[in-house]
Design a protein around this ligand. Structure first.
Ligand code: BTN
Length: 239
């Protein structure tokens, strides 16, 4: 299990995408700064140099290639557990894999697959956690938070990098062995539960009420007197 750290990189996830054939399963790549940090749905993930955790983990284990929704949700649970270990309260998980503290986003996860003609060759879990940032730019609607803002003190990045790395190694092994303890944590700390949000249903944006998370990791919602399952996509808030 190799760990590589860069001061500057394009993106830890892009790096692993381009170099997955050179590295083993569970290679961990982190960076102080990303020139082109990527978020979900083509968004940018920006972070000041040396302030936050930016890392990606390479998965080259075929058993895990069809467990992407388990890996996605349980990655958020790894971040949840890590924040709890640093005594942060009120942590919740916003399906499919954002981590929130009292309504403010503290971490985002980007799960990508690398495919060629034969099918999936690798998965890459990219994680950004706001650790020591105190000011955020260009996100006025959904104001984020950081561990430092929550705790009122700076956090040692090497320490938290080690804690989160250990959480991910245990989690990936659990998912491989079909241990799904993460579901209870996601259900008990479901940020969206009871909230009205917009979700894409049959390609139509519908206002739905979030009920729960199903056993298959989909989101159970109530709309037009029916219960439906949402499998993918972004849910946005009704304001
Ligand atoms: C999101 O919430 O939109 C997901 C953000 C994921 C950001 C991380 S930072 C490390 C890794 N490298 C990237 O370019 N993106 C992910």
């Amino acid at each position: 299990m190799k760990k590589i750290h860069f001061e500057h990189i394009n993106s830890t996830s892009s790096y692993l995408k381009e170099n997955y054939d050179k590295y083993d399963n569970l290679t961990f790549v982190s960076a102080d700064y990303q020139e082109n940090g990527r978020g979900r749905n083509g968004r940018v993930w920006s972070s000041e140099e040396g302030e936050n955790l930016l890392f990606s983990i390479l998965i080259k284990d075929e058993v895990l290639f069809n467990k992407t929704s388990d890996l996605s949700l349980s990655s958020a649970v790894c971040v949840y557990k890590c924040l709890k270990k640093f005594n942060i309260d009120d942590v919740s998980i916003k399906w499919p894999n954002d981590v929130y503290i009292k309504g403010k986003k503290i971490s985002g996860i980007l799960l990508e697959s690398v495919s060629c003609g034969k099918g999936i060759e690798a998965l890459i879990i990219g994680v950004g956690i706001n650790v020591n940032s105190e000011k955020f730019t260009n996100d006025l609607i959904n104001e984020p938070t950081s561990m430092c803002l929550e705790l009122g003190k700076k956090i040692d990045l090497d320490e938290i990098r080690q804690v989160i790395y250990n959480e991910f190694i245990v989690m990936i092994n659990d998912i491989k062995n079909d241990k799904r303890n993460y579901l209870k944590i996601v259900r008990d700390n479901n940020y969206l539960k009871g909230k009205k949000v917009y979700a894409l249903i049959d390609n139509k944006r519908e206002l739905v009420e979030v009920i729960d998370i199903n056993d298959d990791n989909s989101l159970k919602v109530y709309v037009n007197s029916n219960y439906l399952n949402v499998y993918s996509g972004e849910v946005t808030f009704h304001v």
